[in-house]
Design a protein around this ligand. Structure first.
Ligand SMILES: NC(=O)c1ccc[n+]([C@@H]2O[C@H](COP(=O)([O-])OP(=O)(O)OC[C@H]3O[C@@H](n4cnc5c(N)ncnc54)[C@H](O)[C@@H]3O)[C@@H](O)[C@H]2O)c1
Length: 398
């Protein structure tokens, strides 16, 4: 470990991913010596070459700066952990194909590193964890004779704008001892503008509730949209009437495909935590996951898909990112493949051999669906009918 004159060493387990990399770069920029420990050799090589493996505003410049300063390094070597003052774990809790979260995943990942962890280190859980995981991790380490300070400091940043949000949003610090609180708050010195200190149990739930709240709001928006649209009422008009200069409805989101690596998964985590009594969460899941079928049904009412080539523009889960995790564009593709003669998909931000160029979709398709509202699609001109699923109408525009 470091002396008072050398910078503190932080190792981030899962450090080359969407959560770990912006944080690691920010910590290195704030004076820490950071190692991004990862199991993916391709990502490690890229990051050490100062290339960011995904789209994230401001990160390429910030990574280049800390690489040039020699304060940030990606590594495949887990033994870096032994020299760390702080170990941050960003490995997540996956939900399986039966929608069950595996709360043991994070505990197993940390205990798998127990032989490398040392007394006196600060261990921070940064990913969204199943409630109670932080306490289980702390107990598991104690049972192995290790004395670490353990904290849960969940990340609440929107993908694509992680760095600016890290610098502008308060950081939740979940810790149950004065030492863990003091050290976790110090970790975010010069990175986050302020810290909110709560218990580990409160931090875990705060993070889950934050994501689930967002998922529920999108579900309300999507349900309203389907109700109005299904009744033949122009939802754009309804939305304008609700939200214009009316403060209590200002946060009603626009309808759209609700996807990505976190919201659905975390709603299912909360559902499992409530012994599957979280009826509101299940209803939200049915609505949000049901929107692609509703879109296809509405399109089918207006267009004979059976002999048509349908083009889908946008396969990333949201605008202007290159992340396809849990993207509903793929669900849309599956539904359309069953109904249409041919389906062609394009996304200019993705490097995926199953996709074709945007120009090919525009040249070949009889009908186009814009499934992700990338800025790149804004100026496109189409010779065929188009449905933009983000336009608050599923009427086919000639
Ligand atoms: N992406 C987001 O916007 C976001 C926001 C908040 C919370 N989270 C949470 O953070 C977790 C991680 O998300 P992410 O988006 O960073 O995922 P990611 O897939 O982008 O990154 C995870 C990284 O961990 C690496 N990894 C996996 N297992 C490892 C191991 N055993 N040792 C070392 N490295 C390992 C992977 O190679 C990858 O680079 C998610 O489960 C989610 O709960 C994500």
């Amino acid at each position: 470990m470091t002396s008072a004159t050398t910078p503190p060493v932080t190792v981030i387990v899962g450090g080359c991913g969407h959560v770990g990399l912006p944080l690691g770069v920010a910590l290195a920029g704030a004076g820490q010596r950071v190692f991004a420990l990862d199991i993916d050799p391709a990502k490690v090589a890229k990051v050490n070459n100062a290339e960011v493996p995904f789209i994230e505003a401001g990160l390429p410049e910030a990574l280049a700066a800390v690489r040039a300063a020699g304060t940030f390094e990606a590594t495949l070597d887990p033994t870096t952990i032994t020299a760390a003052n702080t170990v941050i774990v960003v490995i997540g809790t996956p939900v399986d194909e039966h929608l069950n979260p595996d709360p043991n995943e994070v505990v197993t990942a940390v205990t798998g590193l127990a032989h490398l962890l040392c007394d006196g280190q600060l261990l921070v859980l940064r990913s969204t964890v199943y409630p109670g995981v932080t306490r289980r991790v702390a107990e598991a380490l104690t049972q192995r004779g290790l004395r670490l300070d353990v904290a849960c400091c969940p990340e609440r940043l929107a993908e694509g704008v992680a760095l600016p949000e890290l610098r502008s949003l308060p950081q939740i610090i979940g810790a149950d001892t004065p030492a863990a609180i003091e050290r976790a708050v110090r970790l975010f010195d010069g990175v986050a503008p302020s810290c909110l200190v709560v218990s580990t149990a409160a931090a875990e739930l705060a993070k889950l509730f934050t994501n689930v709240w967002r998922y529920l709001k999108f579900a309300a928006a999507n349900q309203f949209f389907m109700l109005a649209d299904g009744a033949g009422v122009d939802y754009a008009e309804v939305y304008r009437a609700i939200t214009t200069d009316y403060p209590r409805a200002r946060d009603l989101p626009a309808p759209g495909l609700t996807a990505g690596p976190c919201l659905f998964k975390d709603t299912m985590q909360l559902s499992a935590y409530s012994d599957n009594t979280f009826a509101l969460g299940h209803a939200a899941m049915l609505i949000n996951e049901g929107l692609p079928s509703y879109i296809v049904r509405r399109v089918e009412e207006q267009f004979d898909l059976r002999t048509a080539c349908v083009g889908i523009l946008g396969m990333a889960f949201k605008a202007n990112v290159d992340d396809t995790r849990s993207s509903l564009s793929y669900k849309l593709r599956r539904l359309l493949r069953f109904r249409a003669a041919r389906v062609l998909c394009a996304d200019p931000l993705l490097d995926d051999p199953r996709l074709v160029p945007v120009a090919e979709v525009i040249a070949e398709a009889d009908l186009i669906l814009i499934a992700t509202p990338h800025d790149d699609f804004a100026g496109l001109e189409f010779r065929q009918p188009v449905v933009n699923v983000w336009d608050m109408t599923l009427r086919i525009r000639p």
